[in-house]
Design a protein around this ligand. Structure first.
Ligand code: UDX
Length: 449
């Protein structure tokens, strides 16, 4: 064992994770490889392909010393005894399980490449989020080359976007699942060593492989379920005159519930929650657990309902017609401090508003590039970097992302430029609603009367 580490897949997970592993393990070489030459070039440039606070510093400190980015996948497999696989596993769009199951083609291709290029025994670490029992399939593919021994571990990543580096440096837990054999235990110990360079041992949890694979899906499903639950309550608050902020505060003071992840809003987005819940639904169904599948599917339905309800309330507030009304979406990213728009609730809202024939204009400080691609099917939607210009002549503004900069806007100036009566729908409860009402706005909010 030389202790060096390879990672196949230089994306949102592989890049930041390997950078932190390299920084905290200066004695190991870490080789990050990807088939995408453009992405590798970006990792080797001053303009990294992933924006995360603190990432630039970590990469700059290690790149060229013990952290290397290249397209030489075969070379990395040969050079290292431990190989992480962090390729993407999006929801399948075709064939059996379409819309639910994970598309494992990149995953399987990586396993085949490892089997083919290996020059000795290897520890293979699943970093991508995968359906339970994927390690079995991986082991089978790897054993097509029986001259070497491959031990497959599961090591799911729990980092959230926008806080990747602090999450990696100070994780709630590191999870490592391994086979319950002598070889499996030795492999787990080798991986524990990598993390123990900076993570206290008591936060490194070891389990069997299937628990580890399922725990990642389970944790994300529980978080998504919390958001759908609080959003379901927000609808009842609007109907009854209760205030979701007050209700959430009271619930959160119960230590068994906890105060995190109780913000009502336009619904969850991002690359993980929907994909992982759908995956769980698919798994339940494939084991004949219909009631359980329906339960988790309800989390997704509730999320979609929140977006439908936001648009229905907008229509009602604008006198039951949006035809040719100018509506500005403030924010398109799925949450603040990222340009990522994957599964963003703003896209669902844009589609529904477009179906009402509204004239849409979208503004966002970081996500307009992705918005252009996501909205390509709606060519008449305008994209406008300046929020003041986006608001001019608009009938309504829908605040879709909780960008702090929107709090600092001169809302008097915004109001003056809009058509009257001017509506703000603050789907994130970001702004000072009383102050807006004093200016003259009509204000709608999620979960507030
Ligand atoms: C999530 C998990 O947090 C992380 O552990 C996992 O590895 C990947 O998925 P991420 O998608 O980056 O991370 O974002 P997160 O900050 O968890 O937010 C997810 C979505 O939930 C966002 O759209 C956010 O706006 C929404 N959200 C979050 C709410 O609507 N209310 C809340 O109280 C919290």
């Amino acid at each position: 064992m030389n202790g060096d580490i390879a990672c196949i897949g230089a994306g949102y997970i592989g890049g930041p994770t390997m950078a932190v592993i390299a920084k905290m393990n200066p004695g190991r070489r870490v080789l990050v490889v990807d088939i995408n030459a453009e992405r590798i070039a970006a990792w080797n440039s001053d303009n990294l392909p992933v924006y995360e606070p603190g990432l630039d510093e970590v990469v700059k400190a290690c790149r060229g010393k013990n952290l290397f980015f290249s397209t030489d996948i075969a070379g990395a497999i040969k050079a290292c005894d431990m190989i992480f696989v962090g390729v993407n596993t999006p929801t399948k769009t075709f064939g059996e399980g379409a819309g639910y199951a994970s598309d494992l083609q990149y995953w399987e291709a990586s396993a085949r490449t490892i089997a083919q290029e290996a020059n000795g025994d290897k520890i293979v670490v699943e970093k991508s989020t995968l359906p339970v029992r994927t390690a079995d399939a991986m082991a089978e593919v790897l054993h097509t080359h029986p001259e070497h021994t491959f031990t497959v571990l599961s090591n799911p990543e729990f980092l959230a976007e926008g806080s990747a580096i602090t999450d990696l440096l100070n994780p709630d837990r590191v999870l490592i699942g391994g086979p319950q054999t002598a070889r499996g235990r030795a492999a787990v110990r080798a991986l524990v060593e990598v993390y123990a360079a900076w993570v206290p041992r008591r936060r490194i949890v070891t389990t069997n492989v299937w628990s580890s694979e399922l725990s990642k899906l389970a944790a994300n499903a529980m978080l998504a379920q919390r958001i759908s639950s609080v959003n379901a309550l927000s609808a009842l608050c609007e109907a009854t005159g209760a205030d979701i902020a007050e209700v959430a505060r009271v619930m959160g003071m119960d230590r068994r519930i906890g105060d995190k992840f109780l913000r009502a809003g336009p619904g969850f987005g991002g690359s993980c929650f929907k994909k992982d819940v759908l995956n769980l639904v698919y798994l339940c169904r494939s084991y004949g657990l219909e009631a359980e599948a329906d339960y988790w599917e309800g989390v997704i339905r509730m999320n979609e309902e929140q977006q439908r309800r936001i648009v229905a309330r907008t229509v009602k507030a604008l006198f039951n017609t949006l035809a040719n009304k100018r509506i500005a979406l403030f924010g398109f990213a799925f949450k603040a401090n990222t340009g990522d728009t994957r599964e963003t609730p703003a896209l669902a809202v844009a589609n529904l508003l477009d179906a009402e024939r509204a004239q849409l204009v979208v503004t966002d400080p970081k996500a307009l590039g992705n918005a252009r691609r996501d909205l390509a099917h709606l060519p008449h939607v305008a994209l406008e970097p300046d929020p003041y210009a986006a608001a001019a002549d608009a009938d309504a503004i829908l605040v879709m992302t909780e960008w702090p900069c929107y709090r600092e806007l001169d809302w008097g100036r915004v109001y003056a430029s809009m058509r009257k009566p001017a509506l703000i729908f603050d789907t994130r409860n970001l702004l000072d609603h009383e102050a807006l009402r004093r200016i003259g706005f009509r204000v709608l909010a999620v979960g507030r009367p």
